[in-house]
Ligand binder design. Structure first.
Ligand SMILES: *Cc1c(COP(=O)(O)O)cnc(C)c1O
Length: 470
């Protein structure tokens, strides 16, 4: 399988090439040259496979440059019961008789769904770097979940160091403790005297220095990485088969969304032939995606206009994976996509309502819902009372949006993107008690912290990296 850029059809190489690179040279995102599909009979044959074997079947058509035995070994090393808490990996739990289901994606090391793909990235990076005799120093910025998922995925991995910037004192107590308590020779936590946007700008500034970047092998594992998107498509198949529906019967999915990576993976599964009906994009107060799917206008917001909410991992003003969706809607037309992203780059809206693309967008299955802080609290309380199940604020956004689009006789699978233990403050506000924690995290806030504090200054960060990487 060859990969191309969404903006120019430039040949970007094969899977391992796009795994290690970030944006395409033209600023676009990597996409496979075509999307392989399963026939109904081929889909039937996937039913009953173990998680790693299913992952192999779904991902294999996109990965032509890792030998079969190696890819299988890699996936079996990634999706293990010891890492994800059960041999199911992603258990599907009905919420009473409501027709709603929770797809549990957050039983991995960092208690959020990002582990599902990030754990694969850890193993895949180690494999590819070894083959190519290369090293990489991952430089990232986090407001919470991505940083811990990346660190837990990369710890102990040869040839990889992680330098993770976080805004000093601005993450939840649990999130800080989860990252800063790691004392590993290849993990470097750096608290920046600033906000999350400052951290992101610092990463951009370091990456803009091509000479520095090359000299110190600076890389990334951000949400636009194709490897993450592809690994996420697997659990849509898994959930679908777990429902035990008759062949061809549809299932709907509701997905708490920010950068559009998770829900895009669901769309990928649909394009591969999985009978996915609706894909509900759930947003919080930061509703650029809701605006697009209801009005046809995609208008990104500058960081200063992004609200701070109680589902913070969805606080985004632009959805970086959305470009992949519009590229597919345009029929893989890179010229068209580049034109749209010129507008996006200039801060202007892309208006598609009165274009020939709108019917295609409407029939693609996407619907959108949004919620407020009060909605989240009420949903957490209601799900706890009705079904005896505590959910986190992001999952609550998804459940509420999913309820709004129920179709009779069609199951609605709500993706659980984090465990409530990660967002204790909001859960306590909703139900008056704190959620249970996995034992390994009990008392984590009082553990010793390993973290360096740096000023919001690119020169200081570069000096720090140079000193560590000598
Ligand atoms: C990252 C994250 C999201 C958003 O996922 P995207 O793939 O960026 O749309 C939702 N919920 C939680 C808990 C997350 O960590």
């Amino acid at each position: 399988m060859k990969y191309v850029s969404t903006r120019s059809q430039t040949d970007l190489g094969s899977f391992c090439d796009v795994l290690l690179s970030g944006l395409a040279p033209d600023g676009g995102l990597a996409m496979p040259a075509f999307i392989p599909t399963f026939s109904a009979a081929e889909l039937e044959a996937l039913r009953g496979l173990s998680y790693p074997d299913l992952a192999y079947a779904v991902m294999r058509p996109f990965i032509s440059d890792i030998p079969e035995a190696d890819l299988r070994a890699l996936l079996h090393a990634t999706y293990r019961a010891e890492v994800f808490g059960s041999p199911d990996i992603t258990p599907l739990t009905p919420l009473g008789e409501s027709g709603l289901y929770l797809l549990e994606l957050s039983n991995g090391p960092s208690l959020a769904f990002k582990d599902m793909a990030m754990q694969f990235m850890g193993h895949a990076f180690e494999y590819v770097l070894e083959k190519r005799d290369q090293r990489v120093n991952i430089l990232g910025a986090t407001s919470g979940d991505t940083g811990s998922a990346a660190e837990y995925a990369m710890l102990g991995k040869a040839r990889v160091n992680v330098f993770m910037l976080s805004p000093q004192g601005r993450m939840s107590a649990f999130q800080q403790a989860q990252m800063y308590s790691l004392n590993e020779p290849n993990i470097f936590n750096i608290a920046i005297e600033g906000v999350f946007d400052d951290c992101q700008d610092l990463v951009k500034e370091v990456n803009a220095d091509a000479e520095f970047k090359a000299k110190y092998h600076i890389g990334a594992v951000n949400s636009i990485n194709w490897g993450r998107v592809l690994a996420q498509a697997v659990y849509y198949f898994r959930a679908y088969f777990a429902l035990g529906l008759p062949a061809d019967a549809e299932a709907d999915f509701s997905v708490p969304s920010g950068n559009f990576g998770n829900v895009f993976a669901g769309y990928l599964a649909k394009r591969m032939g999985l009978p996915v009906g609706q894909l509900i994009v759930a947003s919080n107060e930061n509703d650029v995606l809701h605006e697009f799917f209801t009005t046809g206008s995609y208008h990104v917001r500058p960081a200063a206009r992004v609200a701070v909410t109680s589902s913070p991992s969805m606080d985004i003003g632009k959805a970086s994976n959305f470009e992949r969706y519009l590229y597919l809607i345009a029929g893989a037309d890179a010229v068209q996509t580049a034109g749209w992203w010129d507008e996006v780059g200039a801060g202007r809206p892309v208006e598609l309502r009165d274009t020939a693309h709108w019917p295609e967008i409407q029939s693609s299955g996407f619907r959108a819902g949004k919620s407020t802080h009060a909605d989240r609290l009420a949903t957490i309380r209601r799900v706890d009372e009705q079904f005896g199940r505590l959910i986190d604020p992001h999952t609550a956004d998804g459940v509420l949006a999913g309820e709004g689009f129920r179709r009779s006789g069609v199951p609605m699978v709500c993706l659980e993107t984090a465990l409530p233990a990660k967002f204790e403050e909001t859960v306590r506000e909703a139900v008056g008690r704190v959620p249970e924690r996995p034992t390994r995290f009990v008392g984590i806030e009082s553990k010793e912290r390993f973290c360096d504090v740096l000023p919001n200054d690119a020169a200081a960060l570069k000096a720090y990296l140079a000193a560590k990487l000598g």
